[in-house]
Ligand binder design. Structure first.
Ligand code: BES
Ligand code: MN
Length: 452
């Protein structure tokens, strides 16, 4: 099939043939706990980058490892045949920490298959996204009709701090007509999706102080505020009683066109019986196109170590998800202003930014998107992709949009509603993974087809 576009049947067969070796490669990647968070061993992120580089070299790409003050990213390139477009394939090789390993049914870094799913940290998010690129390239082999640049980031889960610098430094080597970001989710097992928007994120730490040191809670309680009560009252001002966000100045996105089934969200989130949803309006709007505020952690004496003493200072980490259209800098200012204005009892307060990423809206019109839709439909045996918003964040999308404003951005992914990314027992649906790989191979073939 050299120099000749393979037929759909040939591509299907080629992808099928590649699944067993790809599975072994994916398992080896899952065994490397490459976590970009500062308290983890970054030698593992280096090992992970090396493993990715080996895979890309194996696909015949000219490959190098690059960094710009952060964790290593891997770039692999194969120039475009004359007149053909170039497609950039993005994924990230770093993973979330495993969290409490006792909550896992098997070792997070020793992949195992159960009921057609491969379990392990990063088995889906996003090592399978990376492997989808590898399988598509292997399946097409010398028949690849487009130029490709594979860009595999090493610190997505820690906020992609050096990504814009990497794109700026390597602009010319990365320049592409189409950017495929394989780090999102499909609608359901058997139903593909195209992501049309993602929320942004602003994390901040708020600290309140009411006392120089702890003092006897009986001697002073009643007239002297403790910092923990102060903090809790402050956090309570973030939402209205119905759960809607009460902070002014956060943008609202466009209304969603998709309706999310209430029972499905309840089940997927694992909500305890009797617990009600927060906020008003459609669930899709609340989860995808409007801001949300959550308290992720608190620093205060633990119950066990607490004595009968007033707590002098306490901290909380607040995470804001931003609606498509909002800006992290503006949103942080709005949040800080709210916290400073509502801090009770004259307590001293400090609010510091702890990372962020911009939201995005993706234009899914134009002829290239017809190729993309048709590839997904074929890989899912005639089922058309649902256009979804995503409540999570991929800062890379807006970074690519800014660096390559003329490129068509396509956000795909391997996740399904049972994936449990970031949680214990993360897993990849192996049947869906095959479809993702086939869709990407079909997409690359289709983008290289002369349109006349
Ligand atoms: N793959 C996720 C984003 C995602 C989540 C897509 C759910 C589809 C469905 C990504 O790796 C992620 O988790 N990103 C972080 C970004 C943050 C660290 C800036 C997130 O959303 O928390
Ligand atoms: Mn991811």
């Amino acid at each position: 099939m050299k120099n000749n576009l393979p037929t759909e049947a040939e591509l299907r067969a080629a992808v099928e043939r590649e699944m067993a070796p790809a599975r072994a490669d994916l398992e080896n990647l899952v065994r490397i706990p490459g976590i970009a968070f500062p308290e983890f061993d970054h030698a593992q992120v280096d090992r992970s980058a090396e493993a990715v580089a080996t895979l890309l070299r194996g696909c015949g790409l000219e490959t190098g490892i690059v960094r710009a003050g952060g964790q290593p990213a891997v770039i692999g390139r194969k120039p475009a045949p004359p007149g053909a477009p170039t497609v950039l394939l993005y994924a990230h090789h770093d993973v979330q920490p495993s969290g409490d390993e006792a909550l896992w049914d098997s070792d997070p870094f020793e992949p195992v298959e159960r009921d057609g799913r491969l379990y392990g940290r990063g088995a889906a998010d996003d090592k399978a996204g990376l492997m989808a690129h590898v399988v598509a390239l292997r399946a097409l082999g010398d028949a690849l009709p487009v130029g490709v640049v594979v860009f595999v980031e090493g610190e997505e889960e820690y906020g992609s701090a050096s990504l814009s610098e990497l794109l700026r430094l390597h602009h010319d080597r990365l320049l592409a007509d189409v950017v495929v970001i394989a780090d999102s989710a499909n609608w359901d097992v058997g139903v593909p999706a195209l992501t049309t928007s993602l929320r942004g994120i602003v994390n901040c730490v708020v600290e309140v102080r009411t006392l120089r040191d702890p003092v006897h809670s009986g001697m002073f309680g009643g007239a002297v505020p403790d910092a923990l009560t102060t903090l809790v009252r402050l956090l309570a001002t973030l939402h209205e009683d119905d759960g809607d966000v009460a902070v002014e100045g956060l943008a609202m996105g466009p209304e969603s066109t998709v309706e999310l089934p209430v029972e499905r969200v309840r089940a997927e989130a694992g909500m305890v019986d009797g617990v009600r949803f927060t906020g008003t309006g459609s669930l899709a709007d609340r989860l995808w196109t409007r801001p949300s505020l959550s308290v992720l952690g608190v620093d205060a004496p633990s119950v066990l170590e607490s004595g009968n003493a007033l707590v002098p200072a306490a901290r909380a980490k607040i995470s804001a998800r931003l609606a498509p259209g909002d800006e992290p800098v503006k949103a942080f200012a709005a949040l800080r202003e709210h916290l400073e204005a509502y801090c009770p009892w004259g307590a001293a307060i400090s609010v510091s930014l702890d990372g962020g990423g911009a939201p995005c809206v993706i234009d899914t019109t134009g002829p290239r998107y017809e190729t993309v839709r048709s590839a997904l439909r074929t890989a899912w045996d005639g089922v058309s992709p649902v256009e979804i918003g995503v409540g999570g964040s991929i800062p890379a999308v807006s970074t690519f949009q800014a660096e390559f404003p003329d490129a068509t951005i396509v956000v795909t992914g391997v996740e399904d509603p049972q994936t449990r990314a970031h949680g214990p027992n993360e897993s990849l649906h192996l049947g869906e993974f095959t479809r993702v790989c086939l869709a990407e191979a079909l997409m690359l073939a289709g983008l290289g087809r002369p349109t006349g």
